[in-house]
Design a protein around this ligand. Sequence first.
Ligand SMILES: Cc1cc2nc3c(=O)[nH]c(=O)nc-3n(C[C@H](O)[C@H](O)[C@H](O)COP(=O)(O)OP(=O)(O)OC[C@H]3O[C@@H](n4cnc5c(N)ncnc54)[C@H](O)[C@@H]3O)c2cc1C
Length: 396
Amino acid sequence: MMVVEQFDIVIAGGGPVGMALALALREYEFSVLLLEARELPEKVDDPRPLALSYGSRLILQRLGIWKNLIQPTPITTIHISNRGYFGHTVITPEDADVPELGYVVNYHNLYHSMGQAVRSSSAVYRINALVTAVRTDLPLAQVTYQQAGVTKQVCAKLLVLADGGKLAEQIDGVRYYAHDYRQMAIVANVKVESALPETAFERFTLNGPLALLPASEGYALVWTMPAATANKILKLDDKSFLLHLHEQFGNRVGDFICVGQRSSFPLILKHASTIIGHRSVLIGNAAQTLHPVAGQGFNLGLRDAWELASEITRIPSDTPGEPGSARMLAAYSRRRQGDKHMSRLFTDSLVKLFTADISLVQACNGLGLTALDILPPARQWVARQMIFGSKGWFVG
Ligand SMILES: Cc1cc2nc3c(=O)[nH]c(=O)nc-3n(C[C@H](O)[C@H](O)[C@H](O)COP(=O)(O)OP(=O)(O)OC[C@H]3O[C@@H](n4cnc5c(N)ncnc54)[C@H](O)[C@@H]3O)c2cc1C
């Protein structure tokens, strides 16, 4: 007969958001199991750059991660423009009343640091553990997973899905609303003739937004475009790739001199019809997957993890039925509604407005950027939304 282990909390998916939750719970008395399908974080190589907001820095400091991160590059200026149209705006730390607007790190560096911290925490961390089924129609949530060819089962008072969104539809009542942007993001490191220190660029083009994020050497490029165009551009030799990039980006950093290895990611907008079920909750990309424009996805997922931990720990660990009662989950869902809604609306509107192939819309976007530039309150709102989410909240 299969032995079924029991935990207070089982987290399915040990990406950065699942690990953040395990770390946020490390000083409490709950038994926590983190199941991750991939191998040790040190063996994972994911080249995407992550722009972390100042708000995320505060959370990562609380989780003990920040001090071990390899060279996060600060962002003190964000320059936003629209290719082929007038109008631009510049956001600075004064707009949000913070010392720095954000930081650029590599996904894999962040993931390694978090992995080390999780391994020295009280959470039970199992890698190469692929969750194959979840059940939420029993008094406790039940999870089936496979590790080293063996099928195992655990049950939990609270099941947290942080797997990026593959398992959620096994939970009663959860459906995804999805919009396929039919776009891909090309990611690569580039060197330029005249880099502007600590300056990030967001350039909207009719094909999609193009971001240059300051990195330790040159810039990390996140260049979005229709999938068919991306497939062609990925095949260009370095010289043609750099010329095409220069043509789209313009002359603000001079010539593009060299490009490192290129990778690509398909882009969709996806969000769950509900983020809670019986003894279960969705966080991070499992709850919502956003377009990378404005770098909101992980920042939002980190706030999911932080606020879920705070809802869980608000109630004494020996309270019968907790964590994971319907009341606790409803409180969490209410608490996250505004932030999630605004972040989704914000990123989706940016993509749709700036890629609309209608001159009038583009002219209005130009006016909007000019308005942002001359109206500090509007710029301050945008800056605080990007840094702290809809509540403009602060963890300090
Ligand atoms: C090109 C690009 C650039 C981006 N830039 C930014 C940015 O600048 N700033 C920002 O905030 N966000 C950015 N994002 C978004 C960000 O990468 C995601 O929001 C973030 O990685 C979500 O973390 P997560 O832990 O929820 O999910 P994931 O990173 O997808 O992790 C999910 C984890 O679950 C595991 N898993 C999956 N299925 C199972 C299973 N069945 N059993 C066990 N484990 C499982 C996976 O192996 C993985 O480790 C970007 C995204 C892209 C594509």
